[in-house]
Write a protein that binds this ligand. Sequence first.
Ligand code: 4AD
Ligand code: MG
Length: 441
Amino acid sequence: PEARKYKVAKTYEAAGERVKVSGWIHRLRSGKNHVFVVLRDGSGYLQAVLTGDLALAHQTSTLTLESTVTLYGTISKLPEGKVAPGGVELLVDFYEIVALAPSGEDAFTNKIAEGADPSLLLDQRHLALRGETLSGVMKVRAAFLRSIRRFYDEEAILEVTPPCMVQTQVEGGSTLFKLGYYGEEAFLTQSSQLYLETCLASLGDVYCIQESFRAEKSHTRRHLSEYTHIEAELCFLNFDDLLGHLERLITKTIKYVLEDPVAGPLVKQLNPSFEAPTMPFMRLEYKDAITWLNEHDIKNEEGETFKFGDDIAEAAERKMTDTIGLPIFLTKFPVEIKSFYMKRCPDDERVTESVDVLMPNVGEITGGSMRIESTEELMAGFAREGISADPYYWFVDQRKYGSCPHGGYGIGTERILAWLCDRYTVRDCSLYPRFTGRCKP
Ligand code: 4AD
Ligand code: MG
């Protein structure tokens, strides 16, 4: 009889039809007269059952986990009380083995044994990705990126693709990856911010979704050597507008993800207690954060009481964020602990119009600021940081030929996902994470 080719997820609406579905054997269990298979093809999971001759002829000794098969049969709706993905079951009447995976010592389950050393699992990342949790996070990730593009479209912000190979730094020289470039020195980009700024006069508000690279020496839960950086640069706005934009971005994008038919239920599964953030976010100035930290007896990196000008490092930041338990806009950092391009506050020259967005369980997920508009001030910024202005002539020209009030930010995709999906580390939110000592597979 006729069989129409289907993706697994589409079979959920195909009750009564005879279908043909290809995929991988995700689970396998054999009973006396039945063989139960859960077929996986990326779009979903399908429970299939082999009975009678098929079950007898091809007992589990033939089929193995992670073998590729094409199943033929009729989709039937499961009665109330029985559960399977999509509420359906495939009654198999014929099947083909596309490729048989090994059994015995080389069997799939031996490669990624549960509870194995995390570094062994990272060596086997290509296989571990077939698991429900990791692939679930990757599906949420895709929905998140789709949602953020939707948000930018709605706000009429244009996507551009800046270069990854550059000759300037943005966030400090110590984390630059050097690159031989036809006999010249170049770097892998730390941030596309400066390039986005140059687009304002030609394209207006712009954003990019681009890999950033940081040679981070420290081994932490939230640092990668390569991460997906979402950055935007917006013109003719003030600091309050920038914060408002960030609030809208986060609440709307998360809403879209939760409404997604695939990603929404996955977030519920991965992070059952997740609550979508609501506006307005708490605003906390750096100087008040210092007071808060001291009132809560949290110490700085040197183990001492915090004083104005100290960096609020990861541990203290996380303690504060977890205690408050809500999204926080931490604003107005001192000039000295922030980057050369940040604009000073008109009412307090010691601090900048800067913001870090902090989320419970992760801490900083976004860093942004208003940018210096005048060439003179920018030159002073370079001088303060000991950076030669020469390679930045193109960035300086942005001030020279029609400067404008503008600001922007960068969001760490893996960090926002770690918050959304409740992952212990950002490594679980990257397809093939790169960090100190890890560049394979
Ligand atoms: O705070 P950062 O360093 O800011 C910038 O790069 C600005 N130039 C961005 C801009 O304004 N266009 O990085 C921005 C965000 C951080 O808040 C964090 O979420 C993420 O990028 N991030 C990292 N994520 C994973 N691993 C790392 N090593 C990261 N470094 C920064
Ligand atoms: Mg930062």
